[in-house]
Design a protein around this ligand. Structure first.
Ligand code: BTN
Length: 314
């Protein structure tokens, strides 16, 4: 039934003809789908799916590549990462998406609040994913969002520094689960932003755009990925605090290394960070005597720098 619903409202008679159900039976089924978390519209004139819903019948005509053609769409799940992991024969590029997650997770063991109206999905990748995967995924996210900049390694920040989206990379053997959360219509926390504050956006289009951009960025040469990330980042040249789980570094983000690592200068020297969580400390680019003019690469110019979110912001 869900997959027979059109985008936007269709009159009751049309829906009855399409499904062979009476209006009363339709109503019961639609209310059930709504209770299961799907964005079903039920009105006096008719019923349908909210415009831009990422249901397969709306998403599939928008897909350009292979990713997303194997697709499972849910109302509620614990975490799309777990559902994808349990999908044993999923092909590379398979996507699991849910309207809501009851136990969505973020990086470093944090929870990922998942109210309805946003995008929560996971993409299956294979063993050929390289150390730059995080940066490639971030570039795809920014390309699809068309707003903001990237905080190392792949947080999407709005022009004012609030978080718009994040990426979680998990692996099991040769399977890689790339989990993406994008605040499309609803900022989950007071410190986060939603894309719809900045531009008109439809979720299915955004998802299709991301999947195509991901396929494209996964094929790009390493040098081009590093260069593109440097041009689009809002991290380099900033005062940062980086938490790796074991250590905390406070210093200036100097550069992006060849393997996508963040190079920072602290009071104790220069450190290369391969995995960690960055908090941007200053509004303005650093004018620190320890960092010579132009020493920091990139620096996110042109992204309308704002305050970095606090450590628990998402
Ligand atoms: C981050 O901490 O910035 C990464 C957040 C990743 C959240 C997404 S939502 C879809 C997928 N399922 C999860 O449980 N987490 C990721």
């Amino acid at each position: 039934m869900l997959f027979l619903l059109p985008e936007g409202l269709a009159e009751w008679e049309i829906l009855s003809a399409k499904t062979g159900l009476s209006r009363a039976e339709l109503l019961q089924t639609l209310l059930q789908l709504k209770a299961e978390g799907f964005p079903v519209l039920v009105e006096e004139r008719g019923a349908g799916l909210a415009p831009g819903s990422p249901a397969p019948q709306i998403l599939f005509p928008l897909l350009r590549g292979k990713f997303g053609r194997a697709y499972r769409y849910f109302g509620f799940v614990t975490s799309t990462q777990d559902v994808l992991r349990a999908w044993q024969d999923a092909p590379i590029g398979a996507v699991v998406l849910a309207e809501r997650q009851t136990r969505g997770r973020g990086r470093h063991g944090r929870a990922w609040e998942s109210p309805p109206g946003n995008l929560y999905f996971s993409v299956l990748l294979g063993k050929d994913a390289d150390p730059l995967l995080s940066l490639r995924a971030g570039l795809a996210l920014l390309e699809a969002a068309k707003v903001g900049g990237l905080k190392w390694p792949n947080d999407l920040l709005a022009p004012d520094g609030r978080k718009l989206g994040g990426i979680l990379v998990e692996a099991e053997g040769e399977r890689i689960f790339l989990g993406i959360g994008i605040n499309v219509h609803v900022p989950p926390l007071p410190t986060s932003a939603a894309l719809a504050e900045f531009r008109e956006v439809q979720r299915a289009q955004l998802l299709a755009h991301f999947l195509w951009a991901l396929e494209t960025w996964l094929r790009e040469k390493k040098e081009d990925v590093l260069l593109a990330w440097k041009e689009r980042n809002v991290t380099l040249g900033k005062k940062v605090v980086v938490r790796t789980g074991k250590e905390v570094f406070e210093g200036i983000a100097l550069a992006l290394g060849e393997e996508g690592e963040l190079v920072i200068r602290t009071k104790t020297g220069v450190h290369r960070i391969y995995a960690g969580d960055v908090v941007l400390c200053a509004t303005d680019d650093v004018k620190d005597p320890e960092v010579g003019e132009g020493e920091a690469e990139g620096g996110g110019s042109g992204h309308g720098q704002g305050k970095g979110p606090g450590p628990s912001a998402k």
